[in-house]
Ligand binder design. Sequence first.
Ligand code: MEV
Length: 420
Amino acid sequence: MAANWNHFYQKSAEQRLALVAQWAHLTPSQLNDLQQTNAPIFDHLIENYLADYALPEGVVTHLTVNGTAYLVPMVIEEPSVIAAASNGSKLLSAGQGISATIKERLLGGEVVMKNVSNAALSALVARQQVTLIQLANASHPSILRHGGGAKRLTVRKLDDQFTAVDLLVDPGEAMGANLINTMLEAVAGWFRDRQYDVIMAILTNNADHSLVRVQGTVSFDRLGATLEAGRNVADRIADASTVAKIDPHRAVTNNKGIMNGVDAVVLAMGNDWRAVESAVHAFAASTGQYRGLSHWRVTQTGLTGDMTIPLPVGYVGGAAGVFQMVAVNHAIAHVTDVSELMKVIAAVGLAQNLAALKALVTDGIQKGHMSLQLKSLAMANGTKPAELGFIVGELRKLAQPDAEDVKQLLVQLRKQDFHE
Ligand code: MEV
């Protein structure tokens, strides 16, 4: 019989879990897993809530940004990301560490219209600029108290049929998605009242007005056992960076590595990582070709990295206000405002990239990751924490360890334990 999912969201948590368990033929233990992590508060956050899904959180060490040492929480399931970020941070930690600057921090959005005269619309928007800004601010007045607000409106022709009125807003300490959408809908209403054919009003995740730049240098002696070896590694990292500029295949992987660091901090800080991902990848393709975001070059003193990325994040609002762990993570990182948060996130991205490139041009990434990968393989196949030491030790002796090996080793170990 087909299940009836109508009004599922109105059912109690207990009823929902029971229905899902029945539908999916969950075992009592699987149902128990869901029940154990069901937190009634989140029933009010998302629709059809079942349970919390936990990810591991760790901290990146040795990160220095603009002369301040940071310990930054990262939430990530991939083994070795935090190890690599810490490694890259250490390499870049000399002197003031990574320098970071915010180029601009504004959020954009658009009111899209059909069949308008661009000249007339441009003239209207120019004439009514102050009125429209006041109207936008009046729709969300608290933003003025927080030092932000609507900044300017411009007209952008999309094609012969469609035109956008773009709005730029300073969202204060918030990411600002709700804020700008409210403002845009107010602005859209103003145009509709004047008989404009408004198609939609929505923020843009193309966050090219929210850019942060990070730069860092690592001396040759830190890159190799000798100055000469270090210089050689630096040359190869610079080559790898060039390859990411010319080859989109490599660029995507290079940037995935950067996002390993960026996303993990964005998530730990309660932010919308999909917004960050969309913005960063659009920015990487802004010349028409998808390119590596980082640029590494050899200078007289060492290897210097430079990266600019959009980071549409907030320090307050959204999930940041809902999850207690975000406040804890702000405290661990000692980050006190959104600008500092942007700088730290981008710095972790740069450090992550350096560690990946260094591994790739020297030993390859598998060697350094082996121990964590073996642990992951062991855990995924039923190894308990107390058994990890033995299982990983045995897996290390094998040329190409796989799931079957873990299972056999576990049988062997548990048999031994039973007989002892
Ligand atoms: C793995 O998650 C990330 C890397 O592939 C990044 C890179 O290749 O630059 C190691």
